[in-house]
Structure formats: C-alpha cells, structure tokens
Ligand binder design. Structure first.
Ligand SMILES: [Zn+2]
Ligand SMILES: [Zn+2]
Length: 392
C-alpha cells in the first residue's frame, strides 16, 4: 500500500500539482473537456470544496463567478479548482455546470483524501494555496463577501491591509474617498439629478443607512426630514443627508427615496456595501454624523436627532452638553407641580421625549406638565396657574 497517497503525505500542501500527480490525477476538467495539469503552472490556485446538495454552496457560486471574472479581467493569473462533496457523478456534473473554472474529475475516494489533507470541515470552503493564505473558512467566505476582487490574493496580509484601509477611511472620513470612486464623483438627488460630491464640502453630513421595508426606518425618516427641512430652511444649506440604502432591490430603493428630500448613493453601486462594512452597520436605521472637517461626530446620530431635533445642530458633544445643561436649568426654574385653570387634576413636571400639548395642540419636547390620572399634557408656557387668591 505504498501507493500514491503515502508519498503525497510528504508534499507541501501548497504544491497542488505535485499532490495531484502523487494522487494519480492525470488531468483536470473544464467546461470544454479535459485540461492538462500543466495549464495551472505559475498561477495562483484556489481550491473550492463544494456540493450541489448544499444551499450555501449554491448561493456562493454566483459570487465566486463574479469574482473570478473580475480578477481575470484585471489580468490576474489565477485558477479555481472545484473539488466535489457530491455523493455521485450526476450531482457533480450538475454543480460543475455553474462554474467557469476547473474541476478535479469525480472520484469519491480521491476527494475524501483531498478533504482530509486540506482539513475541510464544512462547505463551501475556498482555500487559497499560497503561503499566508487565509485558512479559516469563515474568514475566507466573509472576505469574499466583504471585499470581493479587492481581497486578491486572499492572504492574511491582504486582509489586514484592507482592514487598515477601512479604519483609515472611517477615521479620516474624507467624503470623496467614502462616497465616490473612479467611475462616479456624484450623488443622486430626488429628481435623479447628479450632485457633485465636492458640493458637500464644509457641510455637516449624515450618512443614513436605511431600508423601506423597516418600520423603524420609516418612522425615523419622518423625524430626520423634519430636522433636515428645519436646518436647511434658510439660504444656508448647512446639513446634508446621504441615503445609503439597504433596500432589497431597485424598486424598493426608489420607493424609499421618494419620501426623502436629500441625496443618495446610486443603488447599483458597490459603495453602499463598502460603507456598511466600513462603519460596521449591523442593524438599521443608523445615522452616522460627519462634521464639516471630515470627522465622525457621532455614530449614533439617530439618538441625537430623535432626542434633541434641530436644536442639537451641529450635533457635536459640546452642543449636546450645552443643550442638556440649558434643559436642566429650565427644569430647575419650574415648579414640581402646578394647578391649571383648564384641568381638574394637579399636573406634575415631567421630561418627555415628545408630546402634544392638550391646550395649543402643538408638539412639545422635554419639559411638560402632565396629569397622572388622565392623558393630559401641557407646555410649561401653556399653563394658566390657579392664583393663590382664587384657590383659597
Ligand atoms: Zn401648548
Ligand atoms: Zn387629569
């Protein structure tokens, strides 16, 4: 039993050609038929362990095809070799039909040995055969999803470089770098006009991550629109918002932005995906506020805007501190409770995020005089105090 397998054990795992030779693999398959092993010489090789019966595999194949085509177009010398986890040849054939790269001919025993050699614990698994190649399967698939062709040649070094670039982009918050790319230097307005990104310089910017299917997003859009219109009512257009849609398709994106007075990154653009990654967006809505000097002021602009509204502009920590101090002072100057001519119960001082005054019917924020017994709120300025003389 000193067969090919025994010898193959001692071959460097990166030298797939020697391994194939030692395992008795005489040729590979392409969609056009047999291909000599030598066709891989000098190329960066990736092994793709996958099966037709596996749903995540089927999901990742189109992504890999896109990646493969993009890298070939860039003139990168690479080859992907599919190694099947299929149970039979018909599954293998069916799966391989969706791939433009090469495959090891179907041989269940050989495949098992390759799977052991490369310690493949789950599929899909994409293994770069270069030194320092990313070996963690999850990292590898994540890297493909996050960075696409940019991640080539899928080494740990390249992944660290990309993460460092993201961090720098997040910290420097240069609008051109964040929002534009070689093929586009504009954003789109509601009427499909093109607005140069250079026009945003010097403004406070809100990067608004949101989708129309999300009720919390729709609710916050209403609040943000209010603040946006309020701040930009005069000549001085000081606050711009840029929609970074996470809508599921172009139709939903168009519905979503039809309710918004601000700008958007075009839907069919990888920048949306890049921004979600750079700012580590896990849930929506998120409003990232950038100052005029290109620094992140707040990652939680939603809280700032929904708590304090337009008053909070320019949304800096200093402004929020001032606002809170002024509010405290205002509260301290008010009585803890009052008796109002218009209402039969005692009204107590409360801090409320938002309410409607039952006298003037206008919106209120922060301090309110409220009834514990019934749902009754008054602006502090709408209280008509029962004078001491009358109450006696
Ligand atoms: Zn009122
Ligand atoms: Zn009452």
């Amino acid at each position: 039993m000193a067969g090919p397998f025994y010898e193959a054990k001692f071959v460097d795992r990166h030298d797939i050609m020697k391994i194939f030779a030692a395992e008795g693999v005489e040729f590979l398959l392409s969609c056009d038929g047999k291909v000599p092993l030598s066709s891989c010489n000098g190329k960066t090789i990736f092994l793709f362990f996958s099966a037709n019966w596996c749903r995540p595999c089927k999901t990742i194949v189109p992504l890999l095809v896109e990646l493969y085509d993009a890298l070939k177009k860039k003139g990168k010398s690479l080859e992907i070799i599919f190694i099947s986890f299929d149970h039979d040849e018909s599954g293998f054939d069916q799966h391989f039909k969706s791939m433009p790269w090469l495959a090891v001919p179907f041989d269940a025993n050989l495949h098992r040995r390759l799977i052991n050699r490369y310690q493949v614990h789950r599929i899909p698994s994409f293994v770069p055969l270069c030194s320092d190649g990313i070996t963690n399967e999850e990292d590898m698939i994540g890297c493909i999803e996050d960075y696409g062709a940019e991640a080539f040649p899928f080494t740990n070094k390249r992944l660290q470089e990309l993460k460092a670039i993201d961090q720098r982009k997040r910290e420097e918050a240069n609008l051109e770098e964040l929002l534009a790319h070689a093929g586009r230097n504009f954003l789109i307005s509601g009427d499909d006009g093109k607005v140069p990104i250079s026009e945003l310089t010097g403004k406070t910017i809100g990067l608004y991550f949101c989708a129309d299917w999300s009720p919390p997003c729709r609710a916050f859009t209403v609040q943000l629109t209010d603040v946006y219109n309020n701040l930009n009512a005069g000549k001085d257009h000081c606050f711009e918002v840029v929609l970074i849609s996470t809508d599921r398709d172009l139709g939903e994106f168009n519905v979503n932005r039809s309710s918004m007075p601000w700008l958007a990154v075009p839907y069919l653009d990888r920048t949306r995906h890049d921004l979600c990654r750079i700012f580590a967006i896990k849930g929506i809505p998120v409003l990232v506020l950038l100052g005029p000097e290109g620094k992140v002021i707040s990652m939680n602009g939603k809280f700032v805007v929904s708590s304090y509204g337009a008053e909070a502009f320019p949304f800096t920590d200093a402004r929020i501190r001032d606002l809170e101090a002024a509010l405290r002072k205002e509260g301290e100057a008010l009585p803890r409770e009052v008796e109002d001519l218009k209402h039969e119960h005692v009204l107590k001082l409360e801090m409320a995020k938002a309410y409607v005054c039952d006298f003037c019917k206008k919106q209120g924020k922060f301090w309110a005089f409220s009834c514990d017994v019934c749902d009754y709120d008054l602006h502090p300025s709408c209280v008509e105090k029962v004078s001491k003389d009358e109450s006696l």
